[in-house]
Write a protein that binds this ligand. Structure first.
Ligand code: SER
Length: 316
């Protein structure tokens, strides 16, 4: 049986991925790394440590006989701009530790890249897999460097590391992180708590997005795909829907007509959003390992509202 190690287990992706991994491989075979934020409920075995501490990571990998790692710990775009040194340290040195250990202990690795690897000089519509990569955020710089490092470890030492360029992910299990696309998560909390939301992006700031269930399914499918099907060892373009805040608001209003959204663009967040693509060409992922999304904007909005109503105990 596989023994899986998940870092960043309590973040947006980890909170939804860990239960799925536990369902598939058994709770006792999923070891989650807890650092500062440790959720109350989790499906797995807790190990404490920091991704920058290689010795502790090595101890955990040996102790639990780990065979596969989902290395999700990292700072997002807005958090990264607040503390670029920390973003570099966690995102780059954390990844290097995992890649070194993957080489030494023959581990298979998943690591998320992001649409943040692209920049203002990248074509914005249907952004191709192979294109200009000149990110202007520290987060994007760490993602691009990380992608190249993943490919290097694969080419040089045969490390089976796989990656996806996540678009903005939307889910309700974890509280929203410190990112740019996260307005699309905050907005649902604003809706259910006070029927209003002040958006930190402009009404027309179109960005590639995805409902979390699609992201988790895609991530697990990529990890299950036979190695010979994986033709991209930097990171796959990974897309589903794209929308501007204005479109999300009108979808929400179909269910909550009294909802009011105002727009107060934050200069840094808006600049970041403008530097990223608006839609993604992910045909390589679809061709190589059969990627297919299931959630459109309407379905995502309904599921988010239903899920969050339950979580926050709000009655319509
Ligand atoms: N959600 C991320 C961010 O905005 C995108 O990778 O930082």
């Amino acid at each position: 049986m596989k023994r899986i190690f998940v870092t960043g287990a309590f973040g947006l992706v980890g909170s939804d991925l860990v239960p799925q991994l536990a369902k598939k491989y058994g709770k006792k075979n999923v070891i989650v790394l807890g650092n500062k934020t440790i959720g109350k409920h989790f499906h797995g075995v807790l190990a404490k440590g920091d991704v920058r501490d290689k010795k502790t990571l090595e101890k955990i990998i040996k102790q639990y006989n780990i065979s596969e790692v989902y290395h999700l710990a990292g700072l997002l775009s807005v958090g990264g701009e607040k503390n670029p040194d920390l973003a570099w340290d966690v995102n780059i040195n954390g990844l290097r530790n995992i890649l070194d250990l993957a080489r030494d202990y023959k581990l298979k690795v998943f690591w998320p890249s992001s649409i943040a690897a692209f920049g203002p000089t990248t074509p914005k519509q249907k952004t191709p897999q192979h294109t200009v990569l000149e990110p202007t955020t520290i987060y994007g710089v760490t993602k691009l460097s990380g992608e190249l490092m993943c490919q290097y470890y694969f080419l040089r030492w045969g490390v089976d590391v796989r990656s996806l360029r996540y678009p903005g992910l939307i889910g309700y299990q974890a509280p929203p992180g410190d990112g740019t696309t996260e307005y699309s998560v905050h907005i649902f909390y604003g809706l259910l708590k006070e029927l209003k939301y002040s958006c930190f992006l402009k009404a027309d700031a179109r960005l590639p997005m995805m409902y979390i269930d699609d992201a988790i399914r895609g991530t697990m499918a990529l990890m299950d795909a036979p190695a010979q099907k994986i033709s991209i060892r930097t990171s796959y373009n990974f897309g589903s829907i794209n929308f501007a805040p204005r479109e999300l608001v009108s979808e929400i209003k179909k269910l909550y007509p009294a909802f009011i959204c105002t727009y107060n663009p934050h200069p840094i967040k808006q600049r970041i959003a403008e530097s990223w693509p608006q839609s993604i060409d992910d045909s390589q992922a679809r061709k190589d390992w059969g990627w297919k999304h299931e959630y459109n904007l309407a379905k995502m909005t309904k599921v988010m509202i239903n899920g969050l109503e339950k979580k926050l105990k709000v009655k319509r």
